[in-house]
Ligand binder design. Structure first.
Ligand SMILES: Cc1ncc(C[n+]2csc(CCOP(=O)(O)OP(=O)(O)O)c2C)c(N)n1
Ligand SMILES: [Mg+2]
Length: 668
């Protein structure tokens, strides 16, 4: 109440109502050591209703959770000090408006967009099961953590939570527990306005165990519910808790006024009076409270972590290879020599599709990196992301050791689950058609905010899809992914660029990436004739130059348009026009290069420039300049065989040649 009042902004009602629920869970059940909030086998707590962030900041403070630095060390500082709480929602405070992973230690995932947290928790529960299957040995139970997520009406209304709950039930994730704050209030007022689901029946239908606590202040019943969750096997648990938003605020309890604005000084005073709390004291932590937490969650967590660390020491001796893998995985490192697995492809005019080249690279890399796992939203036969080698297996209800995930047709939940896997340090990839990246975009955006190395493989990358037509042909998607800060997009132009793209992406530790691949075959360029594909690492590189003399026109392309520009380049050469082909698979990687490199690829003196990409042209002016020419898509595509579409939309060498000539013509 005090923090929200002081910030003059925030959400007091739900932290007030949920405090006993969070208390019961943290103090009596959660296996979490405040002294080491990144201990690998800790239970996870996700505040899916991120607007109730003050609840989480209060817990982190009162439990004495320590800050972790980027080198994964705890140096003794509190993650959230009382001063941070006093500076709730202010610049640089460890208590921003919504909980932010990587910014405040002890926060397991960034939440705020409703539904993301619960869906992410499913990924964490999957990770726990997978790591148990992969690392545990007789006498060595290295993994087996539980995952708890607190969710409100909003989370349960959102489609993503329904996708995620459906999959969690199907996978029988009995290490997962969602707590539903059934306060029947959202921003506009009562849930009577828009929500009359029978939530219990719905979750029973998903295959969950459902239990109820009729009063959020009933610690004994909460205890029983958490015990039930822990003892339930073969299905996740939903605990429906009836609560009163703004509990104890005499005029605002049970109203939407308690949701998202300060209570006001007078209402706070009256609430404190009702609680038997000193009315005038602000930010008061009474004597003994911190000690109380230390003797509960603190003592339990310290004991469990010490046991785990001792176990790990013995594991290191008995199972050194597994212990090494576990350590590397936790530190986002790769196994020694993994790079040797990356194949290269011989020149081949017929070539192969981006997705087929990727299948080969992914399968090779996954054999070298045992904790690389993922799957597709029911499109693996098309995205070619299935791991096909012996022992890869499927992650299923009956077998949690498989590495092929089947997300079902649930792109949005897939995105959040990938985030949950990555936050648990498994290396995840997910795949689908580029067109459906929109269905998972909010989760992709969160991966970028959290700076976690999730990998997306998006195939069927353009009108190159052909006959499926405009509903399946991405136009604006590439640009819209490029617009997400921190997300690296790579659209390789041939099989060797695909291999180099994987090499680059797999080394990322703090950034998500989208690999954008063609459905159709692309020629594998002769790298004896053209520059090596390793240039991809710098985002853009000179692929081909005129046989003699400096280039007078630059042809910039990505993906399937690289071979198109190579063909145009050869035609121009016959006409005596000196063109340079720049393969530019990644804007983001190129933008990171120093000016000298950028100028060496795109010499500022050469203003005649043509970009070619089967996608929205928006943004290419950054590279072709205001006088350059961007060839791309300005409308939706159409349903026809690829060849006809290339003709209709003008992706033919002749068009590039004439655009290059236009660029060189003297301007009026
Ligand atoms: C995806 C998404 N849509 C909308 C919002 C804006 N929003 C924040 S809280 C909220 C109402 C949430 O209601 P509920 O989950 O019941 O929380 P309570 O009011 O009970 O705290 C809304 C619509 C959001 N954060 N995320
Ligand atoms: Mg509510």
């Amino acid at each position: 109440m005090d923090a929200v009042q002081q910030a003059n902004s925030g959400h007091p009602g739900t932290p007030m109502a949920m405090a006993p629920v969070a208390y019961a869970l943290w103090q009596r059940h959660l296996r979490f050591d405040p002294d080491d909030p990144i201990w690998p086998n800790r239970d996870r707590f996700v505040l899916s209703m991120g607007h109730a962030s003050m609840l989480l900041y209060s817990l982190l403070h009162l439990a004495g959770v320590k800050a972790v630095n980027p080198k994964y060390e705890t140096l003794g500082d509190l993650s959230v000090s009382l001063d941070d709480i006093k500076r709730f929602r202010q610049l640089e405070s460890k208590c921003p408006g919504h909980p932010e992973y990587r910014w405040t230690s002890g926060i397991e995932t960034t939440t705020g967009p409703l539904g993301q947290g619960v869906a992410t928790s499913v990924g964490m529960a999957i990770a726990s099961k997978w790591m148990a299957a992969h690392f545990n040995r007789p006498d060595f139970p290295m993994f087996g953590f539980d995952v708890y997520a607190l969710a409100g009406d909003g989370c349960l209304m959102e489609g993503i939570s329904q996708e995620a709950a459906s999959l969690a039930g199907h996978l029988k994730l009995d290490n997962l527990c969602w707590i539903y704050d059934n306060n029947r209030i959202t921003i506009e007022g009562s849930t009577d306005l828009a929500f009359s689901d029978d939530v219990a029946t719905r979750f029973i239908g998903y295959g969950w165990n459902v239990t109820r606590v009729g009063d959020a202040n009933d610690l004994a019943m909460l205890d029983r519910a958490f015990d039930t969750a822990k003892n339930t096997t073969g299905r996740p648990t939903l605990i429906i808790v009836d609560s009163h938003i703004g509990y104890g605020a005499p005029h605002k309890q049970d109203t939407h006024a308690a949701h998202g604005e300060p209570l006001g000084e007078e209402e706070i005073r009256l609430s404190k009076r009702g609680y038997g709390w000193p009315e005038e004291a602000k930010f008061l932590v009474p004597e003994g409270v911190r000690e109380h937490f230390a003797s509960g969650i603190g003592a339990r967590g310290a004991r469990l972590r010490a046991e785990w660390v001792a176990l790990f020491e013995r594991y290191r001796k008995s199972c050194p290879a597994e212990a090494d893998a576990l350590y590397r995985m936790q530190h986002r490192e790769l196994p020694e020599g993994w790079e040797k697995a990356i194949p290269s492809f011989p020149a081949d005019a017929k070539g192969l599709a981006g997705r087929d080249a990727s299948a080969k690279v992914l399968n090779a890399a996954a054999q070298a990196i045992p904790w690389l796992m993922g799957g597709s939203a029911d499109l693996a036969p098309s995205t070619k992301t299935r791991l096909t080698f012996d022992g890869a297996g499927d992650f299923e209800a009956g077998y949690h050791g498989g590495r092929n995930m089947h997300f079902g047709i649930r792109e949005h939940a897939m995105g959040a689950i990938l985030n949950g896997l990555s936050l648990s340090k498994v290396r995840p990839y997910g795949s689908g058609f580029l067109i459906f990246s929109d269905y998972g975009r909010p989760a992709i955006r969160l991966a970028a905010i959290m700076e976690i190395p999730v990998i997306y493989v998006f195939t069927h990358d353009s009108i190159g899809v052909g006959e499926d037509g405009p509903t399946h042909q991405p136009v604006e998607h590439l640009l819209s992914l490029r617009a997400i800060p921190g997300l690296v997009t790579i659209r390789p132009g041939d099989a060797n660029e695909v291999a180099e793209a994987w090499r680059v992406i797999l080394q990322f530790r703090h950034e998500p990436a989208c690999l954008i691949l063609s459905r159709q075959a692309l020629p594998t360029l002769d790298r004896a004739k053209y520059a090596p594909a390793s240039g991809l690492a710098r985002g853009a590189y000179v692929l081909a130059d005129p046989p003699a003399g400096p280039p007078e026109v630059l042809l910039l392309a990505t993906g399937s348009e690289v071979p198109l520009c190579v063909a145009a380049h050869e035609l121009l050469d016959k006409e005596g026009v000196r063109s340079r082909v720049v393969s530019m698979p990644s804007w983001e990687l190129f933008d990171r290069q120093d000016q000298a490199y950028k100028d060496s690829v795109l010499p500022p003196s050469v203003r005649a420039r043509v970009s070619v990409e089967q996608a929205s042209t928006l943004g290419w002016e950054r590279y072709v300049g205001s006088t350059g020419r961007a060839i791309g898509m300005r409308t939706f595509g159409a349903s026809a065989p690829l060849k006809e579409l290339q003709k209709k939309f003008g992706f033919e060498p002749g068009r590039v040649v004439s655009a290059a000539r236009d660029q060189l013509a003297p301007r009026a």
